[in-house]
Design a protein around this ligand. Structure first.
Ligand code: GCU
Ligand code: CA
Length: 540
């Protein structure tokens, strides 16, 4: 985890508190004479279960809280289908570990609904504040958790995650909660939100002022990432980063219909932006995302004065401007803005290849498709947003967001970005050194064995040239072994490029099989790999 010193210290404090609580939890579990349950690696919960039972598939537990209390690193809590309506919120206060995260997921694709309506503060009275621990139908204060395939409704917030890191939120639905659907706050790093659907969240307590689909707010911590989110019909905004002081990456996400008073609240306060990327200075990155039909703005810096990057996004039919980046020094490349209530407002932000750089006037006649049914409809079997030509421009193939599934607007034939879907990185995807292609680069850990791996496609078996684009701002060369389909075939040396913003390419010749091949670059020195931008593959 790369978080600042101040944050590390407060994390340590939080950690020792959590350890204390965990020890107490274990003692309590032992005292309750269910040690067998605490030792199993899988705990099952079912609506007809019993908290006195061991939590096996045939004798499941009844409550999520009991399962959480029994869980240890490595435990999988599997929840049978049905609706769970506890009278108090589920509190997740213990940690998994890097190698043994704790998982809470729907059993075998069954439909699990966690209904917070019976919990306090659903809603809290207008203007009233209430303790943080009561926030969230699921309240997360632990690290190294995975929440998968759950639907969370009517809660006092859907999920409220506070000082929690390295968690994965995947294939979740958070809807109709009495505050933000998924809310991450304070020191929080390396969390991943993947394929979230968050809608209809509203806050009568504040007349619509703060219920967003997704918020990562009022905190800091690197490595937070949002992929494939759909955020719609929420009271305030789709996504909000208010006062989060570290860069967040948002990719392949869609926000629509936010900011309308659908509940008849008096004195309406909802803001109505798709992606609201302020305040607090942080170089957020948003790529291949769409904001449409929001009450006010599409994408907005909202007083963030840093250098944000907006790449291949589309703003359509929003009530106000599509792109408002007049208070930051941002770079906007290849974005598409049309049919919004107002023109773009860029101040001193720059960039190139945007619709407004190409020609003066754009209309729906410039688009291939404007039907919203695929983008708003059911997701594909793997949880991803269905392929659609929604808002693709007829001309200018590299412009705007692209959900057609042909690799996005920026791809070049034979190019595999290190941050892309067919690559993995033993480290973080960063964007803090300019000059990379796509939306970032792989910064591996500085250890022997740290690797970047690509799965590439070859039309036929034979010799191919690999061009690896890298930067090495250190003074020493960084050596690596090159493995093709699991076998080490040669070594490579990545010389110093003088600075982390200076990029260079190394060419290698390798033999490929026909079809899928894995190319793994693994550091053979303790400095790890250089920063890796992409791999280009040419038949030779
Ligand atoms: C710096 C630099 C990183 C790089 C790292 C390294 O921290 O900012 O981008 O990966 O050095 O030495 O590997
Ligand atoms: Ca590194």
């Amino acid at each position: 985890m790369s978080i600042g010193n101040r944050s590390s210290r407060s994390r340590l404090k939080a950690l020792s508190v959590t350890i204390g609580v965990t020890v107490l939890g274990l003692l309590a579990a032992a005292a309750l004479a269910h040690p067998a349950a605490a030792q199993t690696n899988t705990l099952t919960v079912a609506v007809d279960g019993d908290d006195g039972d061991p939590g096996s598939l045939s004798a499941p537990l009844r409550t999520l809280q009991r399962a959480v209390d029994l869980a240890e690193p490595g435990t999988v809590i599997q929840i049978r289908g049905g609706t769970y309506s506890p009278g108090t919120n589920v509190r997740v206060q213990k940690d998994g570990t890097a190698s043994q995260p704790i998982t809470m997921r729907a059993y075998n694709g069954e439909h699990v609904v966690i209904d917070g309506e019976n919990m306090p503060n659903t809603p809290a009275p207008v203007g009233e504040s209430y303790p943080r621990i009561e926030r969230g139908a699921i309240h997360v204060g632990g690290d190294w958790w995975r929440f998968e395939g759950l639907e969370i409704i009517n809660g006092p917030y859907g999920i409220f995650a506070i000082e929690s890191s390295n968690n994965v939120y995947r294939d979740l639905v958070t809807r109709d909660n009495y505050e933000t659907g998924l809310h991450i706050v304070l020191d929080s790093s390396d969390n991943q939100v993947v394929n979230l659907d968050s809608y209809g969240n509203r806050d009568p307590r504040k007349n619509g002022e703060s219920a967003d689909g997704l918020a990562i707010k009022q905190g800091s911590g690197s490595g937070n990432r949002v992929i494939g989110a759909r955020l719609w019909n929420n009271a305030d905004d789709g996504f909000d980063t208010w006062d989060f002081l570290s860069p967040i990456r948002v990719e392949d996400s869609v926000a629509w219909g936010n900011g309308f008073n659908r509940w008849g609240f008096p004195d309406w306060q909802g803001d109505g932006n798709g992606f609201k990327l302020g305040r607090g200075d942080a170089d957020h990155l948003v790529s291949n995302s769409i904001a449409f039909d929001n009450a006010v703005g599409g994408f907005i810096d909202n007083g963030n004065t840093a250098s944000l990057r907006l790449e291949n996004n589309t703003a359509w039919r929003n009530g106000g401007s599509g792109f408002i980046f007049n208070r930051s020094a941002s770079t906007l490349d290849r974005n598409l803005s049309l049919s919004n209530g107002g023109g773009v407002n860029l101040g001193s932000s720059g960039g190139s290849g945007n619709s407004w750089d190409i020609k003066g006037s754009w209309s729906d006649a410039d688009l291939v498709g404007t039907s919203t049914s695929a983008i708003t409809g059911a997701r594909g079997a793997d949880g991803s947003i269905r392929e659609t030509d929604f808002l693709r421009p007829r001309d200018y193939a590299n412009l705007g967001a692209d959900f057609t599934g042909d690799g996005g607007g920026t791809g070049e034939p034979g190019r595999y970005e290190a941050e892309g879907p067919s690559a993995s990185c033993d480290g973080t995807i960063d964007s803090n050194h300019p000059g990379y292609s796509g939306s970032g680069f792989c910064n591996t850990e500085n250890t022997t064995g740290a690797a970047a791996q690509f799965t590439i496609d070859a039309a036929g078996a034979g010799t191919a040239t690999l061009e690896i684009r890298f930067a090495n701002g250190g003074s020493a060369a960084r050596p690596a072994s090159v493995e093709v389909n699991g076998a080490a075939v040669q070594s490579a040396s990545f010389e110093s490029t003088g600075a982390w913003a200076n990029w260079s390419t190394n060419s290698l010749t390798v033999q490929l099989d026909s079809g899928a091949n894995t190319i793994r670059l693994a550091a053979t020195g303790s400095g790890g790999l250089p920063n890796i931008d992409y791999l280009d593959v040419h038949a030779s």
